[in-house]
Design a protein around this ligand. Structure first.
Ligand code: 3PY
Ligand code: MG
Length: 253
């Protein structure tokens, strides 16, 4: 397991920018990883990626020096274990709707004594080739990141309890699911959705946790940078859609 440069940047007070991918092709992941992102998230929630794909994607982006992360489909210890063992440096856990769920996510990511992650020689531990398994568990607990999604009204209502859970790195607003939870699917600028996101920011920014958010556009990210968020994600789909449509609209007009 390599040093987690994204975690180090956050600890130094910097903002970090990452890109999801739901595509299996390591060449596409490697290409994206060369564009200047701090990290990539291999998406096992909204996409077909399984642990074996994620392991190949890790190999593709590690050589380019960025941090590999993964999103699991939901807050299940066995899913988190299988994705972590591929060598990703942290896990996005969606749909965490209680503070007990936040604690469970941390415990799934961390080895003992903090957590209950199952231990074996795996790609994550370099199969025990470079250091003892005992040393690896200490390093893994230090380097891995826990990114918990806030994407339902239940999570927003419990946000004070979420910031009190130890060893969570990022409390991450999922605006699309949150807008759905509030009865305004996809309407990220609806006043109810904006008010819920602002409430999360008011609690998380002054705490010892980092505020994260999915920002499909640079304008949206810039607005949230000003509100104190420091962990940003986007995905290639929107850029492909707008770039290709703009090209075709121009040449066909
Ligand atoms: C959401 O907007 O619901 C997300 O999960 C973004 O990653
Ligand atoms: Mg979501």
């Amino acid at each position: 397991m390599l040093e987690n440069k994204t975690k180090a940047k956050l600890a130094a007070g910097e903002a970090v920018f990452g890109c999801f991918t739901r595509y299996r092709d390591p060449a596409l992941a490697e290409f994206i990883s060369m564009l200047g992102w701090d990290f990539m998230i291999f998406d096992g929630e909204h996409g077909p990626l399984e642990a074996h794909h994620v392991e190949e994607l890790c190999r593709a982006v590690e050589v380019r020096g960025i941090t590999p992360l993964a999103r699991v489909a939901n807050n299940q210890p066995h899913l988190i274990l299988r994705f972590l063992d591929t060598g990703v440096h942290g896990i996005h856990v969606p749909w965490v709707n209680t503070s007990a769920g936040v604690e469970q996510a941390v415990q799934s990511v961390k080895y003992g004594p903090r957590g209950v992650r199952g231990l074996a020689g795996s790609r994550a531990s370099d199969w025990g080739i470079h250091e003892s398994i005992a040393d690896y568990t200490v390093r893994a607990n230090r380097e891995t990141m826990v990114i918990v999604h806030i994407e339902t009204i239940q999570a927003v209502d419990a946000i004070e309890e979420y910031v009190a859970v130890e060893d969570v790195d990022v409390l991450f607003i999922g605006p699309t699911d949150l807008s759905h939870s509030l009865g305004h699917p996809g309407d990220l600028s609806h006043p109810d959705v904006m008010a819920a996101m602002d409430r999360v920011a008011e609690v998380v920014v002054p705490s010892d946790k980092t505020l994260g958010i999915y920002a499909g556009t640079a304008d949206f990210a810039t607005r949230w940078l000003a509100k104190g968020a420091r962990y940003f994600t986007t995905s290639p789909d929107g850029f492909l859609r707008s770039g290709m449509k703009e090209y075709l609209d121009k040449v066909r007009s």
